[in-house]
Design a binder for this molecule. Structure first.
Ligand SMILES: Nc1ncnc2c1ncn2[C@@H]1O[C@H](COP(=O)(O)OP(=O)(O)OP(=O)(O)O)[C@@H](O)[C@H]1O
Ligand SMILES: O=C([O-])CC(=O)C(=O)O
Ligand SMILES: [Ca+2]
Ligand SMILES: [Mn+2]
Length: 662
């Protein structure tokens, strides 16, 4: 028996015999009675670890009601509202051959603890039990409007090639396709689109019939419903409140959901509660190919638009830009019907409210030049011009990242942070520092971020009528002047031509630049004949007194191979002088062949580069190249010579005469 006990049978330490660590003497505080910071004083309010973990997360929108829900003035319970939402999603995902929507349930299937709400499929008809296949018995989990953080977790857990970079952006891989596939785009030709749309030579609208669309739709829907979970984004397009379009995007990848979260307009929790039925739905089954035995299919990729059904189906490409530009095509159909002009342009506004549009094909500088630290950014790629002014269609920007440098493009650099999707970039395995010069995956590396990541974004993204219309061309031939002032006819001529010339590949030494002509600087996205958009632009520019400019962001001092790309710093100076009005007051001279008015001097830009004829060491080579490009312009314009631009015959004549003269 222990001899040190107190004799009551209870064990205790004998203080005298303890040889433990010496007592640590802590400093006395000024007030000896101050509360002792012993953490045992505040025990956690949980009995189990599971309970403790459940304390971590507060229930929040979009799962929690914001206000007492009403539908058509009648109060509905939260349960009822959730049911309606699930019914709407189930209807979106319905197979058209089985006449039922799938059984959908909200929430991540991996979270067993969260008992999900189940939506039984809608049975339009009585379906005999014999007709039920296994797919009719399974549940599809819906991950609805997840937040960037939730989407990060989904991507990192389940999608190969998803990583957090050192700046916090989510690096993703888009798969085999790292750019759009315009040759795989199909539009349903029916009684309405037959007459409304631009078909035939030069048109981006390659036809498909309704039946084939339904076959591809069924393929996409079956693929999506076969998955354990799908992502659903309910969002908006167009910041003009009177012309806002509700879009639903159903996709299989967190990458796609986060991309659209960033690129479309994000609804507030209140707006989401009232969302109702979407105006347009995308089924993105990009991991799954189309079936080449299907009529009209010429590859395993198909991007199909059905305007009557208000649906788009994506099969066989995971490149996220396909969704953004697919919707842009839809806007190019819907907006002109409302007398609103849709534009493939960037847009910004000065402190005095002066708005500039930046048109140009891919890679010419819309994003780079509209993102200007001294001006408010309205948007970088897709806009509408209505009787009330301009509005951005999107809620985010999609910047090219190749050779991105902090000093040259600080605002874009800083926007690449938590929440931003970084497509197909290469990074250092350990530090996760991105190497923006690395083209191992593709040259078309991209960052998609919400527009508010640009510090001087103008929110809401709307502005007054434009004062300047800047047409950007990256002329790899090096013969277009760095800047020219255009009259209205010239503006329309160059808008309809939609010229740029990029270099094919940079690896195998010097290659001939190839000219690209893409009507309205966006032939891949327009739905109506180019002259329809041109007529609207001419009318608006005339009415609001906007000045047109042509800016070459491409080569100077020779073609690609001998000259070099004009310094971004110089282009920015040129753009500054357009915005400030200084360039309007400059002295001008006319160039040969293209008949462009070019300034003789401009502050901050060496005068000799303003006229390309000066910068080419070989004068004959310059003249030959100039004539060559002039010939290409002429040839391209031939298809437009039989069209009238609007109702103004004089303007049409002037536009035809506004091209190169030689
Ligand atoms: N003088 C210059 N002016 C503009 N951009 C330049 C110039 N020199 C180099 N660049 C580079 O060219 C690229 C222009 O790409 P940008 O993202 O602005 O194209 P975009 O017109 O927005 O195309 P997309 O429609 O595909 O988004 C950027 O990578 C930019 O750094
Ligand atoms: O759509 C894309 O993939 C990128 C883009 O902005 C364009 O090509 O105009
Ligand atoms: Ca862009
Ligand atoms: Mn674009």
């Amino acid at each position: 028996m222990a001899s040190d006990g107190v004799g009551n049978g209870e064990f205790s330490f004998d203080n005298k015999r303890r040889t433990g660590l010496p007592k640590i003497q802590t400093q006395k505080t000024e007030d000896e009675n101050v509360v002792c910071h012993d953490d045992s004083a505040t025990p956690v309010k949980a009995q189990t670890l599971d309970e403790l973990h459940s304390l971590q997360k507060k229930k929040s929108a979009p799962t929690t009601p914001i206000k007492s829900p009403h539908v058509f003035g009648v109060a509905v319970s939260e349960e009822e509202r959730q049911k309606q939402q699930l019914q709407s999603i189930s209807a979106s995902l319905a197979s058209l051959t089985r006449e039922t929507g799938p059984k959908v349930v909200k929430g991540d299937p991996a979270r067993q603890a969260e008992t999900p709400k189940v939506q039984q499929p809608l049975h339009h008809h009585h379906t005999p039990a014999l007709n039920i296949s296994d797919s009719g018995l399974k549940f599809t989990h819906i991950l609805y409007n997840l937040s960037p953080a939730e989407l990060y977790e989904q991507a990192i857990k389940y999608e190969k090639g998803s990583f957090i970079t050192s700046s916090g952006a989510l690096a993703t891989l888009s798969g085999a396709k790292t750019g759009r596939s315009p040759r795989d785009k199909r539009v349903v030709r029916d009684e309405t689109t037959e007459d409304d749309l631009w078909w035939g030579k030069g048109s981006p609208n390659i036809e498909m019939d309704e039946q084939t669309f339904l076959i591809n739709r069924e393929r996409a829907v079956d693929y999506l419903c076969s998955l354990e979970k799908v992502f659903v984004n309910d969002q908006f397009l167009n910041w003009d409140p009177n012309n806002r379009i509700k879009v639903r995007i159903v996709s299989a990848r967190a990458y796609h959901s986060l991309f659209m979260h960033n690129m479309c307009i994000r609804p507030t929790p209140e707006e989401l509660e009232d969302f109702g039925t979407p105006d347009f739905t995308i089924y993105n089954a990009g991991q799954f190919p189309c079936n080449r035995y299907t009529h009209y299919m010429t590859s395993s990729t198909s991007i199909d638009i059905n305007l009557a059904r208000r649906e788009m189906v994506i099969l066989g490409t995971q490149y996220a830009g396909e969704m953004k530009k697919g919707l842009f095509g839809v806007m190019h159909y819907l907006m002109p019907k409302r007398q609103i002009l849709s534009l493939h342009s960037g847009c910004n506004m000065g402190k005095e409210g002066d708005v500039a549009l930046f048109f140009g094909l891919s890679g010419t500088g819309k994003t780079t030049l509209s993102t200007d630290h001294n001006r408010y950014l309205i948007g970088d790629d897709e806009h509408c011009w209505s009787d009330h002014g301009v509005s951005n269609i999107e809620g985010g920007c999609y910047a090219k990242c190749i050779d991105l440098a902090r000093e040259k493009e600080p605002d874009i650099w800083n926007a690449i942070k938590f929440g931003t999707v970084l497509e197909n970039v290469v990074f250092e395995e350990h530090t996760r520092e991105v190497d923006y010069t690395d083209k191992s995956v593709t040259e078309n590396t991209r960052a998609a971020y919400p527009i508010e990541y640009i510090p001087n974004a103008k929110i809401p993204c709307v502005g007054p009528h434009p004062k300047n219309v800047i047409l950007l061309a990256c002329d790899a031939f090096g013969v277009l002047p760095p800047v020219s002032k255009l009259n209205l006819a010239q503006t329309m001529y160059h808008f309809i031509s939609g010229y740029t010339a990029l270099v094919a590949g940079t690896e195998d030494g010097i290659k001939e630049p190839t000219a690209t002509f893409s009507a309205c600087f966006g032939a891949a996205f327009i739905m109506l004949h180019p002259t329809k958009y041109a007529a609207m632009l001419a009318e608006k520019m005339q009415k609001h007194g906007a000045t047109g400019w042509l800016v070459n962001t491409g080569w100077s001092g020779g073609s690609y191979g001998s000259g070099s790309r004009i310094k971004l710093a110089y282009t920015r100076k040129i753009i500054d002088a357009i915005h400030s009005g200084a360039l309007l007051k400059a002295e001008y001279k006319k160039t040969e062949v293209f008949g462009l008015e070019i300034p003789t001097a401009l502050e901050g830009v060496p005068s000799e580069i303003l006229d390309p004829a000066n910068t080419w060491p070989d004068k004959k080579a310059h003249k030959d190249t100039l004539l060559k490009l002039g010939g290409l312009f002429r040839k391209n314009f031939e298809v437009f010579t039989n069209y009238k631009i609007g109702s103004d015959s004089n303007l049409t004549e002037e536009i035809l005469a506004a091209g190169p003269n030689f």
